[in-house]
Design a protein around this ligand. Sequence first.
Ligand code: MTE
Ligand code: MO
Length: 425
Amino acid sequence: MRAAWAAAVPPGPPPGPTRPGFWRSPLRGPWLTSVFGLVLLFGITILFVTGLLSYAAYNPDLARLNDQTPGKGWLGFYLFSWPTSPTWLYRLTQGVHVTLGVVLVPVLLAKLWSVIPKLFEWPPVRSPGHGIERLSLLLLVGGAGFEFVTGILNVQLHYVFPGSFYTLHFYGAWVFIGAFVVHDAFRLPRALRAVRARTGDPAPGTEEAAGLVTPRPSAPTISRRGALAMVGAGSLALLVVTAGQSIGGWFRRTALLAPHGEDPGSGPNGFQINKTAGSVGIRADDIGPAWRLTVRGAGRQVDLTYGRLLAMPQHEAALPIACVEGWSTPDQQWSGVRLTDLAALVGLGTDTPQVLVNSLQRGGSFSSAVLRDNQVRDPRSLLAVRVNGAVLSADHGYPARIIAAGAPGVHNTKWVTRLTFGEPG
Ligand SMILES: Nc1nc2c(c(=O)[nH]1)N[C@H]1C(S)=C(S)[C@@H](COP(=O)(O)O)O[C@H]1N2
Ligand SMILES: [Mo]
C-alpha cells in the first residue's frame, strides 16, 4: 500500500536550497521583484540603445581597422554614419551608458536576490516549455552578469581585454537582450499587475506568488520600502562617485570610482590622459626634429616637417575628448591644421574622402584609425598641434594629433605620422 503511494508521487526536492522553506525572507514576493524588474526594464533598454550607438560611433563598417567585431553579419543592420554634430553626442551617449551601467549594479543584485528561490526550483525541468523558460533564464542571468562584469572591468582596468572586449561585449549584448525580450514578454503583464496590487502578497504556493513567497517566513528585519530605499541609496551613492568622470573638469575629483592612475596635472595640458607617451613606448627622438608628417592620396605624397606644418593656416576648434570608458573632458580649445587643408596638399578638393591615420606608436590597438568623409570635411576636424593656447604635451600627442568633430576618443589618434586619404588601394 505504502509502496504504491510512494511510486505515484514524485520524490520531493533534496534537502537544501531547492526546498521551498529554505528561503525565509518575508520580503520576497512578486511586488518587490516586479519593482526591481521594472527599473531594470527601463534601465537596460537605455543601456542597450546607448551600447548600439557606441558601436556605430566607431564607424565599424568603414574599415577592418575600426571594427573589433568581425563577422557580425546582420547584427550590424542598424549602422549609420556617426554625425559630427552635436560634438557632445558621444560624450552624452557613452557617459549615460557607463554611468547607468554602474548605477544599476545594486538593482541587478537586489533583483537576483529577490528571485533566488526560483533559480533553485524543483524539479529543475517540468515540461519542454518549462525547460525552454529555464534555459532563457540561464541566458538572462548569465548574460546580465557577463555584460556587467566585462563592462565594469573595461572601465576600471583600462581595457583588460585587448581588442576582444568589443567582440565579447557586443555578442554578449545580443544574447542577453534576446533572453531579456523573451523574459519580459512573459513576465511584464504579471509584473505590472503585481506592482499595482494593493492587497499585500499572495499566499505561498499560489499561481500569483510565482514561487517567490516563502511558506516559512522569518521575522522581518527591514520593511520592503526600507529594502527599496537601501538599494536606491546604493545606486545614488554610485551615481555620485561615478558621474563626475563624464562631466569632467572640476567634477572629476568626485569620481572616486573612476580609474585615477595618472594625475593629468594642471595648466593647458592638464586634462585626462588615456595612455601616456611613456606607457606606449614613444621615445624622445621619435617626436624630435626628425619627425615628419607624410600625407598621401590621389597617387601623390608630401612630407612635412614640424615647421612646415606650423606654417600652414592654423584654425581653432572647441572639442571634447570622450572615451568609451565613460570619462570625458569638457570642450578643449584645440588649434592646428584642417584635415581638408592637408588633403588639398595632395590635390584633393572639396569632396575630400575618408582618411587612414597612422601613429608612430608601434603596435597597440589605438595607433591607427579610419575617419569617415563627413568627419574629414568638418571644418572643426584638425590635426592639432596646440591645446588651450599651449603646444601639445608629449602625453597628449605631440607633435600632432587628430581631433575629429564628434568622434569617440579612440579615433583621436596621438603622435600622428601619416595620413592616407581615399580608399586603401
Ligand atoms: N597613438 C595613440 N593614440 C590614441 C590612443 C593611444 O593609445 N595611442 N588612445 C586613444 C584613446 S582610447 C583616447 S580616449 C584618446 C585620449 O586622448 P588623451 O589621452 O589626449 O586624453 O586618445 C586616443 N588616441
Ligand atoms: Mo578611449
